[in-house]
Design a protein around this ligand. Structure first.
Ligand SMILES: [Zn+2]
Ligand SMILES: [Zn+2]
Length: 295
């Protein structure tokens, strides 16, 4: 990740449910969920394999040969890009997939069924890459070099895992899919406490939510409430509804910003290709201080 010694997060897919394209979707993009996390001194980390993972694999397959892939859950929009993820077809790749089993099935089982004839010509066990699938407990934490990873279970049909990443003094929470009004508002607030950035599912306008209670998603007002009560610095809304074009997403952002007005919270819409760099400056200042101390 160049010379920056912080946490760098790239949103490769910010759409929920299914991919979209066309003139109305140019600014925010239409690829489904995929997040890349880079930290100096840690292996590359990916969260979810929506269609965004195909573009990630194309852009830097060689750099991802030792990647660790965390999974929020196994709905289509979070796994449908894996069959087109270039590192799977690279014999030098050795990838580790970590996921909470869902409805009694591990991620390896689910991908095995997805990547088989007649839905896909190449089976999981025919791929050139070396793949390891590991089950996660519902909550936990672990460290990969400089990168600390924590996770917790959130409210969603069949369940979904939220992740927290910390490195070099910077922190980011990615909720994956979550409907906080199904009983996990307080858990998510605790989990997100003090994070620099919260990337959160805010799929529905409040007026759309009523008929969709139980579908597993939150609103911009829910996201602002979580962000404010957790004291995060910046909220980025994601899992955009496929029926929301750029104009509707501008309206969604205006609604969230209005709700956060005067509270010192920065609010943005996630968009495909968005890069969030955290902590690099603080770390550089520390390096300068250490260097002076040596002299
Ligand atoms: Zn989803
Ligand atoms: Zn889902």
């Amino acid at each position: 990740m160049g010379d920056a010694k912080g946490l760098k997060v790239t949103l490769w897919g910010t759409r929920g449910s299914y991919g979209v394209s066309g003139a109305g979707f140019v600014r925010h993009g239409g690829a489904t969920t995929c997040v890349e996390v880079e930290a100096h001194g840690a292996p590359p980390v990916i969260v979810d394999g929506g269609t965004g993972v195909a573009a990630l694999g194309r852009s830097k397959a060689a750099a991802l040969r030792e990647a660790i892939v965390y999974q929020t859950h196994m709905h289509w929009d979070h796994v449908q890009g894996y069959p087109f993820f270039a590192p799977l077809f690279d014999p030098l790749s050795s990838l580790t997939f970590r996921a909470v089993p869902r409805d009694g099935r591990s991620l390896g089982d689910v991908l095995d069924e997805q990547m088989t004839q007649p839905t896909f010509p190449i089976g999981l066990n025919q791929l050139p890459a070396r793949l390891r699938f590991e089950d996660l407990d519902l909550k936990g934490e672990e460290r990969h070099g400089a990168l600390e990873v924590g996770w917790t279970e959130l409210c969603h049909p069949s369940g979904s895992t939220g992740y927290r990443f910390e490195a070099h003094g910077a922190s980011l929470v990615f909720t994956g899919d979550v409907e906080v009004r199904q009983g996990c508002m307080e858990r998510l607030i605790d989990f997100s406490r003090g994070a620099d950035v919260l990337v959160m599912d805010a799929q529905y306008f409040p007026e759309e939510y009523g008929p969709r209670v139980g579908f597993g998603h939150s609103t911009p007002l829910d996201a602002v409430e979580v962000a404010l009560r957790a004291g995060v610095g910046r909220l980025i809304m994601t899992h955009h509804d496929p029926t929301h074009d750029d104009e509707r997403l501008d309206a969604k952002l205006a609604l969230a910003r209005e709700a956060a007005r005067g509270e010192g919270l920065v609010v943005d819409n996630g968009r495909d290709g968005m890069v969030i760099e955290l902590g690099a400056r603080a770390r550089m200042e520390l390096d300068v201080a250490l260097e002076s101390a040596r002299i």
